[in-house]
Write a protein that binds this ligand. Sequence first.
Ligand SMILES: Cc1cc2nc3c(=O)[nH]c(=O)nc-3n(C[C@H](O)[C@H](O)[C@H](O)COP(=O)(O)O)c2cc1C
Length: 391
Amino acid sequence: MNQSFEPFYDVNRTYDDNYAQGPFGAFAQALADPARVGNQSAASSCESFLGFPVNLPFGIPAGPLLNERFTTAAFRMGFDLSVYKTVRSRAWGCNAFPNVLAVHPRSVDGLLTPGSPELDEGVLADTRYETPISISNSFGVPSRDPDIWQPDMRRAIAAAGHGQLLVPSFQGSRVEGMSTDDYIADHVTTARLVCETGAGLMAMNTSCPNEGHNRLLCHDPHLVGRITEAVKNEIADRPLIIKLAYIPPVATEPWPQDSRAGHYTYARVTDDSALELMVRQTVARGTVQAIAAINTISARLVDANGNQALPGAGRERSGVCGHAIRYAGLDMVARLAAIRERLGLDFAIIGVGGVVEPSDYDDYRTAGADAVMSATGAMWDARLARRIKSR
Ligand SMILES: Cc1cc2nc3c(=O)[nH]c(=O)nc-3n(C[C@H](O)[C@H](O)[C@H](O)COP(=O)(O)O)c2cc1C
């Protein structure tokens, strides 16, 4: 890694050290000396996002912004949508350090195609951080106790400037002996705790492993439908966002010669009923107002000798994010936009995945995203929002 450059989340420190001492680099400067970064919330024009005025519908999704100091620094750096890292109904520990590794896909363009054999054969992961940046993150969605995160989230909401919006993220916690009804109730409890902080909207994460890798809540659209209905009853007219992992099309056929240009899908989608079922179980029932996609893409991570890269049981596979998943994110957004049009529904799409350059923001908007977010790209370029705005 370039020694003079410091991501605001320091991958060489533990999660707890980042929580207690972060943010770092340009974000730390923005907190210490706001005058130096200027007033990033001042805007000449505003867009509307889920009924809230937003200067530029661009920001940082759930994950790297661990607490109020991180979200406030993000606002000061011009990220007008800042998502507070996913919280739970109870304190939850973090996976063992290290939690981040650099990832190096084999292809010349550095992209990982969903369904590629490389994802199961093994993708090289080490500590050589290079741009365009691709990483793996393996945290296990840690959370502070509500007694700690509630007052902190309240402060985070209050720190948003004009045309800026703090989006709380939460998820349910599956613990041993829990019935499905208990699991649904845990989501509702957590949503209520988020409401108590004064939040005007929230994002529910359905895309992190709840029971081990490859078993994601969003693979069960009927359960997501039941949970979002219960959550919506609790939060009333506050907009509810759901965060999805990549859901592949059910059937595709190759693009006819030369007709792929301008499309963000790998192949012509002939059956998208799995993703459509998710939309029908949520948005179409009036319980969900926005879909954020995607989370990470699961891959087997290996070191240079072909051995498991992350230490410990259950960590043979881990989620890849950053540049490598850019095309998968665009593909999901384009398909969600097509479903929105086909079903005549009105919902917002938040495009996430591999946004590392200002032009990636444009590509997501063109593919149908109403808002765009960058986690890995923003970690490695704290000025990304300002670069988009300054064009
Ligand atoms: C350090 C880190 C922590 C993350 N933690 C969460 C999380 O707690 N909840 C969540 O929904 N997504 C989490 N994510 C996933 C991101 O929100 C995002 O979906 C994913 O990284 C793809 O975006 P990117 O390519 O811009 O990184 C995390 C990502 C990173 C890099």
